[in-house]
Design a protein around this ligand. Structure first.
Ligand code: PLP
Length: 414
């Protein structure tokens, strides 16, 4: 079954007031579809839950960086969490406020730091002492002061897929919580830096909030120790958002309740709270529509070959991710068990294995659910496949927010 905001009306799959098959037919497939209303509502879920606690919600651009999505969130007053100069460029092009941008990431380059400083971003989440030295030297040359937070690695197991878990000792991210106080002490020696924050991001797709609470306790204690040593910590950046349901038996964690618990835990600490949700704002709002090309029976199983592939949505191949797959017209009787695969020449090019699914025929359309985050942004041209179009739905209307790539696009720059 699809997840909200996707649902059947008389066995036709809709998002908002649009019949998705009408998009598939007129936009062609594969095509990404996003609900503008759902994106807005999900951002407000975060932003409103803080109530009158001083806070800022920075949408994590890497989850879905389409300019129209960024524009929509900028209009809601969102800040933006970026991990590259390219993402900063997108945010500025979309009308985002540079004063509400935080720059995360373990490998910021000289050019990116200079771009961020001249754009006047809010702060850097720093991951090494070498990075501090670089930012300080560039800030000195430009005659500005850079606000920084150290990204702390609290050794908390996020209980998520190893590729999106980031808070354990052996991960490349952040600075060991046991070593970071010395780093803040040395940061005080840099004349063009002001260390006013602590940041912590332990991983993505967390359905259980217990690890986040453990991490919060660890960074709150750290904040106290830092302040006692005279480091003027003013903000706490709690990293990404919560996980979203991909499987039928997964329940969405209560975002508002989690944030209220965080606010209660931080009450009296005089901290501005920051958060950088990506997946949970755009993930459930999106779906990838694809058409069935063939049904191919084999010795021991059957394959459903569709026109989308791992180059369009790599999450199953990269993270063994599960996406619910449902027909746009749920009229066919019965189910069968199949592997859903794309045309790319890789055995890893599958969307589902041994999945019981609707008894679809060639020409039928399917939706891969919960595909709004880490979907299009990870698309490639592998096998010289043009990247898909993206469509934004609002109410009863929809529009292209990115046209399908052409064959000419494929060779541009070669
Ligand atoms: C990826 C990332 C996020 C967003 O995580 P979601 O799980 O998509 O909310 C936030 N902050 C940092 C530093 C990240 O790397």
């Amino acid at each position: 079954m699809p997840f909200p905001p996707y649902s059947y009306r008389d066995r036709n799959l809709y998002v908002e007031d649009v019949d998705l098959e009408s998009i598939a037919r007129s936009a062609g497939t594969p095509v990404y579809v996003y609900s503008a209303t759902a994106i807005r509502e999900r951002f407000r879920l975060y932003n409103d839950a803080f109530g009158d606690v001083p806070h800022e919600v920075f949408y994590a651009v890497k989850a879905n960086s389409n300019l129209s999505v960024l524009r929509l969130l900028a209009a809601e007053g969102a800040g933006f969490d970026i991990v590259s100069g390219g993402e900063l460029y997108r945010v500025l092009r979309a009308g985002g406020d540079p004063a509400k941008v935080v720059f995360s990431g373990v490998g910021k380059t000289r050019d990116e730091v200079e771009y961020a400083l001249t754009s006047g971003i809010h702060s850097f989440n720093c991951e090494s002492e070498a990075e501090l030295a670089l930012i300080d030297s560039i800030a000195a040359r430009l005659g500005v002061t850079a606000r920084i937070a150290m990204r702390v690695n609290p050794h908390v197991d996020a209980q998520t897929h190893p590729y999106i878990s980031t808070g354990l000792r052996d991960h490349k991210f952040g600075i060991d919580i046991a070593a970071v106080e010395d780093v803040y002490a040395r940061a005080a020696g840099f004349t063009h830096l002001v260390a006013e924050g602590v940041s912590c991001h332990i991983g993505s797709q967390l359905l259980d909030t217990a690890p986040l609470k453990d991490a919060l306790d660890a960074v709150l204690a750290l904040t106290g120790r830092l302040r006692a040593k005279g480091v003027p910590i003013r903000h706490l950046d709690l990293g990404g958002g919560l996980g979203v349901p991909y499987k039928p038996d997964q329940r969405e964690p209560d975002i508002a309740a989690h944030i209220r618990a965080v606010c209660a835990r931080c009450a009296g600490h005089d901290l501005k709270l920051m958060m950088e949700p990506g997946r949970s704002i755009v993930g459930p709002a999106g779906a990838l529509l694809t058409r069935v090309l063939y049904r191919k029976p084999a010795e021991s199983k059957e394959f459903v070959v569709v026109d989308a592939a791992m180059n369009d949505l790599i999450r199953p191949a990269l993270y063994q991710a599960f996406h619910e797959i449902v027909p746009l017209r749920a009229h066919m009787p019965g189910t069968f068990t199949a592997d859903v695969v794309g045309p790319v020449c890789e055995t890893g090019d599958f969307f589902a294995r041994d999945r019981e699914m609707a008894n679809v025929l060639p020409g039928d359309f399917l939706a891969l659910c919960t595909a709004g985050a880490y979907g299009f942004v990870l698309a490639s041209n592998y096998n010289s496949r043009p990247r898909p179009a993206e469509v934004l739905v609002e109410g009863a209307s929809w529009k292209f927010i990115r046209t399908r790539e052409t064959l000419e696009d494929l060779v541009r720059g070669e």
